[in-house]
Ligand binder design. Sequence first.
Ligand code: NAD
Ligand code: MG
Length: 383
Amino acid sequence: MKNITLLGATGSIGKSTLSVVDLHPDKFNIFALSANTNWQQMFELCNKYQPNYAVMVDEQSAEKLSNAMTADTQVLSGAQALDEIAAHQHTDFIMAAIVGTAGMSSALCAAKAGKRIMLANKESLVLAGDIFMQAVAEFNAELIPVDSEHSAIFQCLQSGKSGLNKIQLTASGGPFLHTPIGKFKSITPDEACAHPNWSMGRKISVDSATMMNKGLEVIEAHYLFSLAPKQIDVVVHPQSIVHSSVLYEDGSTLSQLGNPDMRTVISYAMSYPQRINSGVAALDLINTPALEFYQPDFEKFTCLKLAFEALNKGGNAMITMNAANEIAVEHFLNHQIGFLDISKIIEQTLSTMKHATPDSLESVISNDLVARKIARKISKQYV
Ligand code: NAD
Ligand code: MG
């Protein structure tokens, strides 16, 4: 029996994780759950899973949950409590499924405690890739990607990296792949969040629509598989059936295929190196529509270009880009700025921020805060 600490239990990845747990009550126990503010949903989850701990980051929500609690669950509050449950001696696996920078510290704490980290929070690697990977190696943690593309690469690389030439990350292209750029200006948050293949939280859905998500994933792959930027290609594949590919020197390409459903990825991270039922139907190739592949359009999807530039630049560029993106997406989701303003705000923040090379978690965090401040100021021009 493995004790799972599920960070971001009320989100899209959180729900899919719980549905895999439901299929295997003999293998997995929910030890701790976390959420930000949704205490009503957490209340229901606590009744169902009876975890030892429930963390609500927001203090008022924690108080409401605590007053309502009937299960034998200890309610904790504040971001510090996330670090505690992630590193708790009884935690075996953590699912790092908090969205954004808020998920970095707890994922890093789990790494330092030598846990199995099922990493959905790609922002941890974008912000502090070197620090994170060092901690994983130093403390013998296990890092299993929970991102469909990176899980595909991880699965394809099971026999090692010998003869590896390149990887190819597939991108669906999002809802606006075929939308003329002239129409981008009037895109609404709901249109941006209506992803054709994947059902996800709103922030990552907007990132998919701008293709910043693929940019973040290029950086994620760079750290996870220790690859040079030129070894990482992006190919647009609107059907999201081929989840990514590995290209070898001998001309072989290995790809992982499946229906677009995160439960496959999550169950693999939970059962690795074995495989278990995830509840996802097998791929029916005969009845699958024709698979298409295209070059990404870097002019239309400027965010993808910015991410490659930030990776090549190194230092604080990725932190700054990620911070500006989070601020811009938040403003967009709140109907304060237009869709095209997202990349403009990121670009301007990157050119305003001084170049630096953060080498500690503290300097990563302070860089993130400064970049957010600049991005907020720049955003005002677009509101
Ligand atoms: P979501 O918005 O559906 O859920 C986010 C979760 O994080 C919620 O439980 C919420 O309570 C919690 N949260 C939000 N702000 C917080 C804060 N400040 N402090 C603590 N907790 C906070 O997001 P999601 O789609 O489940 O994505 C989660 C992560 O997984 C993201 O990093 C995303 O990039 C990654 N990811 C998601 C998918 C997917 O299919 N949804 C696929 C690959 C990677
Ligand atoms: Mg992905």
